[in-house]
Ligand binder design. Structure first.
Ligand SMILES: C[S@@+](CC[C@H](N)C(=O)[O-])C[C@H]1O[C@@H](n2cnc3c(N)ncnc32)[C@H](O)[C@@H]1O
Length: 297
């Protein structure tokens, strides 16, 4: 080990030194490229994740790494954003949302095909839970439902697309559900399960950075799932994103947020209908009428 301290943590054995100025610059870059606002408490986490990149690139210090990022090298920017995201998720997380969605799907399916945008979809458990909900609610393995699953992190998107999960990821799932919607894939790691192709056909995975000024996406949607990502953004960033969600959501569509997220500050655009589910307000724009094209690519 070349250094034994990061500067802030004298007892923290480290390969590289991370000065306050470097940490602050990294924080700025994280915010600029992902919207994620990192507190001081995240210093060690950031160090751990990025030290791996320094080793992989055979760099001697964080300054050289920062220079690389500032030069805008797109391959490394992708690795950088993948490294700093937190991807915690699970099947049927915050289960009450799926009950509300199921009720809604039954009503909407009588009128039209259904479109759902699941953003910050991480490794795919959330969009597959949506697909399972649709199959169950509409009594078909080929329901008239299209799900766009997006995330900033290209590693998690690949995982989601593959649809292979270790046994611990599905251990709490009801056996009947597991049997109906998963298979044991030949050649997959021992004990792992694979989602059935029928579920995969309902989902389109793509990279979308919520922070970017144009999303490669066209509305309108009947539901937008945006759970457990806004918590990482500051309020003005959240507001800007919510303003762009509204025109993409049908007037009777619903926005589903994470359990610790609260959009009271955007009450002009979305009103809470309880249990972290939001409906559009009449003032929230012309959603649905223009298919959300105004804010989409
Ligand atoms: C904690 S996970 C939440 C996963 C899932 N929505 C859930 O609730 O279980 C947060 C996800 O947000 C993604 N993310 C972070 N910043 C993002 C951004 N600017 N645009 C799109 N996705 C982002 C991360 O890559 C990560 O997969």
């Amino acid at each position: 080990m070349s250094e034994s301290a990061t500067g802030l943590y004298p007892n923290f054995n480290a390969d590289f030194r991370l000065t306050d100025a470097e940490f602050n610059r990294i924080r700025e870059l994280v915010r600029e490229h992902t919207g994620i606002a990192l507190s001081d408490a995240k210093r060690q986490l950031v160090y751990g994740r990025l030290a791996r990149r320094l080793r992989a690139l055979r760099l001697d210090d964080f300054s050289s790494y920062i220079e690389l990022l500032e030069a805008g090298e797109s391959g490394e920017l992708e690795q950088f954003t993948n490294a700093v995201t937190t991807n915690l998720t699970s099947f049927f997380r915050e289960a009450h949302h799926f009950d509300i969605l199921a009720d809604n799907l039954r009503k909407i399916a009588e009128k039209r095909p259904i479109r759902i945008w699941c953003n910050a979809a991480s490794t795919g458990e959330e969009p597959y839970s949506l697909a399972i909900t649709a199959c169950e609610a509409l009594g078909s393995m080929t329901p008239p439902v299209q799900i766009i699953a997006s995330d900033l992190d290209t590693n998690v998107l690949r995982h989601g697309e593959q649809g292979v999960y270790t046994a611990d990821r599905v251990e709490r799932m009801e056996p009947a559900r597991l049997q109906k919607f998963f298979t044991k894939g030949i050649g997959d790691p021992q004990g792992s399960v694979r989602v059935r192709p029928e579920l995969q056909r309902l989902i389109n995975f793509r990279q979308i950075n919520l922070l970017e000024s144009r999303w490669n996406l066209q509305g309108p949607f009947d539901a937008i799932f945006c759970r457990n990502v806004m918590i990482y953004f500051d309020k003005p960033t959240q507001y800007g994103i919510l303003e762009r969600f509204a025109p993409l959501l049908r007037p009777d569509g619903l926005l589903y947020a994470g359990h610790s997220e609260n959009f009271m500050h955007a009450a002009k655009i979305f009103r809470s209908i309880g249990r972290t589910v939001y409906a559009r307000t009449p003032d929230s724009g012309d959603g649905g009428r223009d298919g959300g094209r105004s804010s989409a690519a």
